[in-house]
Design a protein around this ligand. Structure first.
Ligand SMILES: [Zn+2]
Length: 193
């Protein structure tokens, strides 16, 4: 049995590490490989005079991930959290068009009963956002291109937005696990081994 084809990194932002641990505890052993950043950066929005340093620190930290990727890894999942009173919800950020469209189809086909009252599919609480700067609409990113546009693997930023109550947070944990599993399957489908 080879190593997992998905490497999940948690704790890039140190305030978000506990959530990452909770999410990964619910996955089967060996289902994904895990890279935990022991001393991540602050995810707090930087003050204007801190922006340059903030960007530089992020770039450096992301570049340090590269040696942790094995040839067997097809997908690097970078797990983050944020807030959404109406959540849980999530954004998936990636640059590969094939993976984006496969993800969109998979979200459409996956129901998520715990994802709010009237929701029927994951598509209603999960958005797919492009990181490719050649596309007209894309997320601006502090992540270096060597990470999000690497021939060896696909990068997927998973940002899970949590409401401010324990129940909602627990649903967010479940949502994160579903999204990670789904993304792993999608990556198998569209990315050459
Ligand atoms: Zn974060």
């Amino acid at each position: 049995m080879n190593a997992a084809s998905v490497l999940v990194v948690i704790g890039i932002h140190r305030e978000e590490l506990a959530f990452g641990r909770e999410v990964l505890e619910g996955l089967d052993p060996g289902e994904v490989d895990v890279l935990e950043i022991p001393e991540g950066l602050s995810g707090r929005r930087p003050l204007p005079d801190e922006c340059f340093r903030h960007r530089a620190l992020h770039r450096a930290l992301y570049l340090q991930l590269l040696p942790h990727l094995d040839p067997g890894h097809r997908l690097l999942v970078d797990l983050h959290t944020g807030f959404d009173d109406a959540g849980p919800s999530a954004d998936l950020l990636c640059a590969q068009a094939s993976l984006q469209s496969r993800l969109a189809l998979a979200l459409e086909a996956t129901s998520m009963p715990g994802c709010g009252e009237a929701m029927t599919t994951l598509r209603e609480c999960v958005r797919v956002i492009t990181l490719d700067p050649r596309q007209p609409v894309h997320a601006s990113t502090v992540i270096p291109e060597a990470v999000w546009n690497n021939p060896g693997f696909a990068y997927l930023g998973v940002e899970v937005y949590l409401p401010d109550d324990a129940q909602g947070r627990a649903r967010g944990v479940v949502l994160a696990r579903r999204v990670i599993r789904l993304a792993g399957c999608c990556a198998q489908d569209v990315l050459p081994a």
